[in-house]
Structures are given as structure tokens and as C-alpha cells.
Ligand binder design. Structure first.
Ligand code: DAH
Length: 336
């Protein structure tokens, strides 16, 4: 009888035990009263005296080792759960047993659009929209952008190929086109905001993208003044970023407003420092724009503004790279 072989086969079987039943079969086969170790003990009596000592010692070591290893394995099997999927308790409520779908959430851009339109609707604005595929008239002509203006450069816009002589189409480069769409279809008083996508062939980097979102605002009524514009921007900034922010206007130029301004918000940083951040453009609607849509500038005045939605979301949440919005990395998106 070869104890090495016995030890080897016992070790292999021990490693393959999968259930308490397997363990019991193993116990009977090796450790039972008629088991292989008992047979080895019987064999000990029959071997020549000079080999007895070595065989007996090896047998003892093997017996101790197998017994303790077997006990450990049996304990483990008694407490182990059945392998996943091997058993289904059909009486368990399904929702505890199986993974449920993780509910997603609105994309941060849409959340930002919602909180902006919520805020502006409290300030009396309706939400309007217009097409992303625009014609030059709504994107430029009616907004008083001269035919030679650099903003019309084909390198700065996505124009569509069209049969020669046909009206040029483009992906809108600004939501200001919605001002025209709204004034064409409605009469003053007008008080709208228009969120949406705009497209410009910019090289993508941390602050630029070929597609981004703007929110346009337009108010047209009798007696609308620059004071109303300043108050509106101030209320928006406080409502959106918190009551401790300050705003300022810097003189600027846009073809569709006169006078025009860019507006900045003063942010306070945790280290005590402050910084003016430019958020958008605004101004009093140019009478030339009213003329294009048949609104009498002798009766009505108005103001308009436009801001970058990614930009305000980045400021509000401390996001440093615009590309994070479009990469759809769930680790980023699920934070909001
Ligand atoms: N459309 C401008 C842009 O994309 C932003 C803007 C400036 C909108 C002034 C306005 C405005 O309504 O009055 O840069």
C-alpha cells in the first residue's frame, strides 16, 4: 500500500468537495471505520518489522493532516451559500432577489435648462423655441447683421450645401434667431426665454465645442428700459447663483441691440478671492430689428439677452472642462 498515492488522491478529492453530502462520502471513504486509513492501519501489522516504524509514522502524520483538513472543509461547506444561480427560492419576493434597474436622471444640461426656465417663468417669462436648422434671414439678416459682417464667415458657421440661387440654410449659430421667430408670430407684449442648441465650427477644447447651448431672452413692450434689463439680469443672477452675487454691465457691441452690453457676475471663492466672470450679452432691441418683423419702434421698446448654458452650469457646479457634458461618462453624469 502506497501512502504517498493515498495522500495525493485524498488531497485532490478534498479540494473537489462541493456539498455536505460530498463531505460525508469523503469521510466514509478515507476516515470511516472501514475507510482507507483504517485499511492502512491493518496493513501496518502485515509489513516487515524494519519498515513498520517509517510506515507507522507516515500514516500518523497523514491521519492527523487529513482529519484536520477534512474538518475545516466540512465546516466551510456547512455554512457556505449555494453557488449563485444554482438554486432559486421561488417563494422569495422578486424585487429582493434580482437586481433592479438603476433609475437614471436628467442630463445636467437639461437640469440646468429646467432650473433656468423655472426661474424665468417665476419672473413672468414664457418658454419659446425655434428650429436648429435655420435660414440666413432668421440667423443674421433680420438680426441686423450686415452682409459683410465677419460672424457670417463660412469658416465660422455650418452652412448647408444648397442648389445655387436657393436661400442659404445653416445650423443656427445663436438662439437670437428665436427672437425673430417669436416676433414674427406674436404681438407685444412679449416676454420669452428660448433655450436650445447652437452650432459653430470651433476646435474642441476645455472651453469650446462645435455644439453648445444658449438661453435667449426677449422682452418687448411699451416703456421697456435699460433699467428693466439690468434688474432682470440681476434677479436672474441672484436667483440662480445665490443672493450674495453681484452683477456688472460692460459696454459692448451686437448688431441687434443698441446700446449693447456684456454682463459679468462676481463670484466668491472658498479661499476668499473674487473674480468677475462673463456670462453673456444683452442690450436694448435695435429699432432696425423691429422694422424687419413689423413691430413699430415708435410704440415699442425691448431688451434681449443671451447666455451660455454650459457656462452657467460649469460655474454653478465647479466643472472645469466643457467636454465632460458630452462624453457621457456615467461617473460624471451620476453626480448630478
Ligand atoms: N447671440 C449672442 C452670441 O451668441 C449673444 C447675445 C448678445 C444675445 C446680446 C442677445 C443679446 O440677445 O441682446 O454671442
Amino acid at each position: 500500500m502506497n501512502l504517498d498515492e493515498l495522500a495525493q488522491s485524498a488531497a485532490a478529492e478534498l479540494a473537489g468537495l462541493k456539498s455536505p453530502d460530498d463531505a460525508e462520502r469523503f469521510r466514509i471513504k478515507y476516515l470511516g471505520t472501514k475507510g482507507l486509513l483504517k485499511q492502512a492501519s491493518d496493513h501496518l501489522r502485515t509489513i516487515p518489522a524494519d519498515q513498520k516504524r517509517a510506515f507507522g509514522q507516515q500514516l500518523n502524520v497523514l491521519k492527523n493532516e487529513l482529519t484536520s483538513k477534512f474538518e475545516a472543509a466540512r465546516k466551510e461547506l456547512a455554512t457556505a451559500k449555494p453557488a449563485a444561480g444554482s438554486l432559486t427560492d421561488v417563494t422569495e419576493p422578486g424585487c429582493l432577489k434580482f437586481d433592479r434597474y438603476q433609475p437614471g436622471s436628467l442630463h445636467l444640461i437639461n437640469q440646468t435648462i429646467e432650473s433656468l426656465t423655472d426661474l424665468f417663468s417665476k419672473m413672468g417669462f414664457a418658454v419659446a423655441g425655434g428650429p436648429e436648422l435655420e435660414d440666413e434671414f432668421h440667423n443674421f439678416d433680420a438680426l441686423n447683421v450686415p452682409a459683410t459682417h465677419p460672424a457670417r464667415d463660412p469658416l465660422d458657421n455650418f452652412y448647408l450645401e444648397r442648389p445655387s440661387g436657393a436661400q442659404p440654410f445653416m445650423l443656427r449659430s445663436q438662439t437670437s434667431s428665436v427672437q425673430i421667430r417669436v416676433m414674427e408670430r406674436s404681438k407685444p407684449p412679449i416676454r420669452i426665454v428660448a433655450p436650445g442648441r447652437v452650432y459653430r465650427p470651433d476646435t474642441v477644447d476645455a472651453t469650446h465645442s462645435f455644439m453648445f447651448h444658449q438661453l435667449e431672452g426677449l422682452v418687448v413692450d411699451t416703456d421697456v428700459t435699460m433699467v428693466d434689463l439690468k434688474t432682470c439680469i440681476d434677479q436672474f443672477a441672484r436667483g440662480f447663483f445665490g443672493s450674495d452675487v453681484q452683477t456688472r454691465f460692460r459696454p459692448s457691441y451686437f448688431p441687434f441691440t443698441e446700446p449693447s452690453a456684456e454682463f459679468d457676475v462676481l463670484f466668491h471663492y472658498p479661499d476668499g478671492s473674487t473674480r468677475w466672470i462673463e456670462l453673456g450679452g444683452c442690450g436694448m432691441v435695435d429699432p432696425a430689428v423691429f422694422a424687419k418683423v413689423g413691430i413699430d419702434p415708435e410704440i415699442y421698446t425691448g431688451f434681449a439677452f443671451g447666455l451660455g448654458i454650459e457656462r452657467v452650469a460649469m460655474r454653478r457646479h465647479g466643472i472645469g472642462d466643457i467636454r465632460a457634458f458630452y462624453e457621457n461618462d456615467v461617473r460624471f453624469l451620476s453626480q448630478f
